[in-house]
Design a protein around this ligand. Structure first.
Ligand code: HXC
Length: 536
């Protein structure tokens, strides 16, 4: 196609052209005006967007939302600014398509930045539309999803652009714990703009096209002399594995947006509503012999905790968060008996499942999300302790571990702890032990709950005896056996009320489902105070 035909074709693929009733000439004229901003520059920009493997804002919304469910707000909005490139160049939408639609029939509010207009940069009008979407989302108690693809603050609009960002951040913080917030990064997200996804509950990124950093490669080189590419500095894999800024990473936009839809299916619309339930699965009768086979009795043998998640969850399905970051702990949303739960599990295949700073922070944020939105917590424990080391201590493992402790202690949702194998020391306490408020603690018969493992305990308690012994090896073996017999079993904790029941591993799913049913009506009023002081 060429000329007008080309404009219309591009308008159609960009989702701008829609059939209108023939008896509405005024509306049609306005629609034509909307299309008119697809001038040659814009055509090039759309082509460029596609050539980079990126979709347009409207194409993205079409993938994200149910068909024909989008209601747009303020499509005619334009900036009122002047300045290089702005005077006389006032396209409708101002570079952000905003409104509401449905996902699987459930209401969500959305905005999609349009990189083809002013590089998706945010000025006063652009920001006002996002403010409106956030306000409407809170007022309607529905999740908000932001599709980010932007050069950041619109340079020509100066402090008005910065003011616009401030208004977004303030609204996001006010909406925190009220409605779920999802941020999807599909292009650049630079400077202070990166704080919007950082404030969201979930951040998705797409490899090769999405990038997030406070200062780009040029500034980094000027300040530190270090040369680094965009991808190395703030690409999806960096944030998905090293920084933990990205919750989920995808190879392309289609799979990313499909995954956002899946996530929404697991979330409540707001903190007062329950997440959507599916048909109950009769999990309370489920007997899963594979669970015992999955977990080796020998405490140091690794196994993948994901296999345990799959046995416990309905249909073996769970949505894992931060899959590539702090991999020694797993956090996932799943359903048990049709109802959504948050699964937290130590991961023995990564650093033996030890807790370190990042793992504590990852789990803490997840626990707080679940608590804010009424999602019961099931913690599957197999933890050798906190990671010892100079780096960890200097890095603030005390502070970070305290964040997880704080998160669990203040959680008022139903909380079930299942100790699969070992639970030592402070890590035992932190992983939702009875002492910090879990409602139900279940343990497998082979498990070991103690201050520390047998070898370490014997070294501390019997150092002098071992040094004085003519056969220290034999004495050590005897003492280790005695300690194991006395302390390293769930009976000791169960007799003292710290474990509610010792269960057959194969009954884990059924026991958890029964526990969740028992706790379904749990209510625990929050203490009277403004808010606690999370050790961040
Ligand atoms: C105005 C902008 C812009 C911006 C891009 N454009 N960013 N216009 N303000 N911030 C325009 C470009 O001039 C260009 O217009 C069009 O968008 C496309 O940009 P390109 O540079 O051609 O695209 P690309 O090569 O893909 O590079 C994208 C980019 C680059 C990496 C994002 O544009 C860039 O570095 N932009 C500036 C980023 C930045 O420093 N932003 C401010 C961050 S500070 P034409 O007319 O040529 O098509 C910030 C503070 C927030 O955001 C504070 C909150 C507290």
């Amino acid at each position: 196609p060429s000329g007008d035909a080309q404009v219309i074709e591009l308008a159609r693929t960009a989702g701008l052209a829609r059939p209108e009733p023939a008896d509405m000439p005024l509306l049609r004229r306005r629609r034509e005006e909307l299309r008119a901003h697809i001038h040659e520059g814009k055509l090039d920009a759309v082509r460029r967007q596609h050539s980079l493997g990126k979709l347009t804002a409207r194409e993205r919304l079409a993938l994200l939302l149910d068909e024909d469910s989008f209601t747009e707000i303020e499509p005619y909005r334009r900036h009122q600014a002047s300045g290089p490139g702005l005077a006389g160049n006032r396209p409708h939408t101002d570079g952000v398509v905003a409104g509401s639609g449905t996902i699987d029939g459930r209401r969500v509010f959305v905005y999609a930045q349009d990189f083809t207009l002013f590089g998706g940069s945010l000025g006063e009008a652009h920001a006002a539309k996002i403010h409106k979407v956030l306000d409407l989302a809170v007022a309607n108690g529905a999740p908000v999803i932001g599709l980010n693809d932007s050069g950041g603050a619109r340079i020509q609009e100066g402090v008005l652009a910065l003011n616009g960002y401030g208004g977004i951040f303030r609204r996001q913080v006010e909406a925190s714990g009220v409605i779920p917030q999802i941020s999807v990064i599909l292009g650049p997200c630079a400077g202070g703009a990166a704080y919007s996804p950082a404030l969201a509950d979930f951040t998705f990124m797409v490899r090769d096209t999405a990038r997030m950093y406070l200062t780009g490669p040029d500034v980094v080189e000027a300040v530190s002399g270090q040369r680094v590419t965009h991808e190395e500095l703030g690409g999806a894999d960096v944030h998905g594995s090293a920084s933990g800024v990205a919750t989920v990473v995808h190879d392309d936009e289609e799979s990313c947006l499909a995954d956002v839809r899946y996530l929404v299916s697991l979330l409540p619309s707001n903190y007062l509503d329950p997440p959507p339930a599916t048909v109950p699965t009769n999990a309370t009768d489920d007997y899963r012999p594979r669970l015992a086979e999955l977990v080796p009795v020998e405490p140091n043998q690794p196994y993948d905790m994901r296999d345990v998640f799959a046995e416990v969850a309905d249909d073996g399905e769970f949505f894992e968060l931060h899959e590539g970051w702090a991999r020694n702990v797993l956090c996932a949303l799943a359903r048990i008996d049709g109802r959504v739960v948050g699964l937290v599990g130590n991961q023995p295949v990564v650093f033996a499942g030890v807790l370190d700073g990042p793992a504590s922070q990852k789990a803490a944020r997840f626990v707080r999300f679940c608590d804010a939105f009424g999602i019961p917590l099931v913690s599957l424990v197999d933890v050798p302790g906190f990671l010892p080391g100079v780096e960890q201590e200097r890095g603030g493992i005390i502070r970070q571990g305290a964040q997880l402790l704080h998160a669990y202690c203040e959680a008022t949702v139903p909380r079930i702890q299942v100790i699969l194998r070992k639970a030592y020391g402070g890590a035992y306490i932190v992983m939702d032990s009875r002492s910090i408020g879990c409602d139900l603690s279940l343990a497998w018969p082979t498990n070991q709950i103690a201050v520390m493992g047998a070898e370490g305990a014997v070294n501390v308690l019997y150092r002098r005896d071992l040094a004085a012994s003519s056969d220290p090896a034999a004495l050590r073996a005897k003492l280790v056996a005695e300690y194991t017999e006395e302390y390293l079993n769930p009976q000791y904790a169960a007799e003292r009320g710290l474990v509610d029941d010792i269960i057959d591993p194969a009954e884990t799913r059924a026991a958890v489902a029964r526990g969740l049913a028992m706790l379904r009506d749990k209510r625990k009023p929050a203490p009277g105070r403004k808010h606690g002081n999370l050790p961040i």
